[in-house]
Design a binder for this molecule. Structure first.
Ligand SMILES: Cc1cc2nc3c(=O)[nH]c(=O)nc-3n(C[C@H](O)[C@H](O)[C@H](O)COP(=O)(O)O)c2cc1C
Length: 408
């Protein structure tokens, strides 16, 4: 996608990596991007508004209570005019402010007042990055639909320190902007459409305190529900047990088991499209003990497992079949072979196959690498944040539904 003519607002936070933002501005300008910059007070300790302004070609915005800029451009225009907002470097402090909804300076106020997609490029010392407070804040901004690039592993500015925390390189940030902008659905692409999304794992009880489950976090499914709602669809999200807030603008139905998930999904019909992103447990215990099972002097316990109902296949063969049925295939090997086989076996229209082997970091992580498998072939998407993948999927769904609608 050409970035030429796109309006990008860059928020520069107060980190060592702020110097890389000068290079980022230069490269964006080379691509014909209309760049506007906000600098936090701390950012101005690292690079000056003068050098930023000279590269941008207009002054950098620094102050919330600046009468000159408030009457001229103003924080609301700064928040609404761009096509895309990038925070680079995103400091631990800025991520905390975004997670908490703070608005006590120009950068945080604009980030709270915007309805545009926001991409953050975190940069900080690895101990700050791995601190439980940053983990909580980062999880919250991901749940709010913020896009993320990096941080990368490597040497820190502090001598002898290394680990995750280096800001992504300018070219990587530009590639992420390009991928996100090209994935973005039109504002009302799904208006008037009903969409069902399943998300998260299921819990299959063994006794009142134990259950069988898997490592799905629900992030990809929740991101799809959020993206569909933002594109104007009426969305029902059937979610297994996850540690994520319900997405805004979405009707969320909470379930525990595969049987409950299927019942809730069928109750949501008719829908135009169903996206089955949940990692439904394939099996459940054939018996559920009403009381907690007890150890018996080292005696082995055998669990007998029976197959669960198949939510995706049931929807794909339903008498009220959605016009478009999309499944996810989480695989640890032979990803495309298994995905093609799943497409046939389940009778769905598309499969989004992803590698969930432990080395991929996909389960529970912010990014994903997807192969879209359809009857026509395979399309491999670049690795990107789960929200960006959700946007791309929603754009495709809108195109397919609108084309199908036009044929009628
Ligand atoms: C030399 C120096 C380097 C710093 N580098 C970082 C950094 O890379 N990442 C970060 O999150 N904070 C860093 N900090 C701390 C932030 O500057 C500080 O938290 C500041 O309040 C952030 O403000 P802002 O989020 O409004 O930009 C650094 C501080 C100093 C003194």
């Amino acid at each position: 996608m050409a970035l030429e003519g796109k309006r990008v607002l860059l928020v520069i936070g107060g980190g060592i990596a702020a110097y890389k933002s000068l290079e980022l501005i230069r490269r964006l300008k080379e691509r014909g991007v209309l760049v506007r910059v906000i600098m936090t007070r701390a950012a101005q300790e690292f690079i000056t508004p003068l050098s930023v302004g000279a590269i941008v070609g207009e002054r950098a915005f620094t102050d919330l209570f600046d009468p000159a800029s408030e009457f001229d451009i103003g924080h609301i225009r700064l928040a609404r005019e761009p096509d895309f907002i990038v925070v680079a470097p995103a400091t631990a402090d800025l991520i905390a402010k975004m997670a908490g909804g703070h608005a006590d300076d120009l950068a945080s106020t604009v980030l709270l007042a915007t309805d545009k997609r926001v991409l953050i490029a975190p940069a900080m010392n690895p101990v700050m990055w791995e601190h439980p407070a940053t983990r909580r804040n980062f999880a919250q901004v991901l749940a709010d639909g913020i896009l993320v690039i990096g941080p990368n592993q490597g040497e820190m500015a502090e001598r002898g320190e290394a680990g995750p925390g280096r800001m992504a390189e300018p070219d990587e940030i530009i590639a992420a902007i390009e991928a996100s902008l090209s994935a973005l659905p039109d504002k009302n692409a799904l208006s008037g459409k009903r969409v069902l999304v399943t998300s998260g794992p299921t819990h299959e009880p063994i006794d009142p305190v134990r259950f069988l489950t898997n490592r799905s976090s629900g992030r990809q499914g929740h991101a799809v529900a959020r993206a569909a709602a933002r594109a104007g669809a009426e969305v029902v999200l059937v979610s297994g047990p996850v540690e994520l807030p319900d997405p805004t603008g979405v009707k969320t139905v909470h379930v525990e088991t595969a049987a409950e998930m299927l019942a809730a999904a069928e109750a949501a019909l008719p829908v135009d499209a169903a996206i089955c992103a949940a990692a439904v447990a394939d099996w459940r215990s054939s018996e559920t003990s009403p009381q907690k099972l007890k150890k018996e002097n080292g005696k082995a316990v055998t669990l007998s497992l029976v197959e669960n109902p198949d939510v995706l296949a049931t929807l794909a063969r339903h008498k009220r079949r959605p016009r478009l049925v999309v499944g996810f295939a989480a695989e640890t090997e032979k990803i495309l072979d298994h995905a093609r086989a799943k497409l046939k076996a389940k009778g769905c229209d598309w499969i989004l196959a992803n590698d969930v082997s432990p080395a991929s970091g996909v389960l529970g992580g912010p990014s994903n690498t997807i192969h879209l498998v359809t009857a026509e072939g395979v399309e491999s998407w670049p690795t990107q944040s789960k929200q960006s993948i959700a946007d791309g999927l929603v754009s495709r769904i809108a195109a397919a539904l609108n084309a199908a609608g036009a044929r009628k």
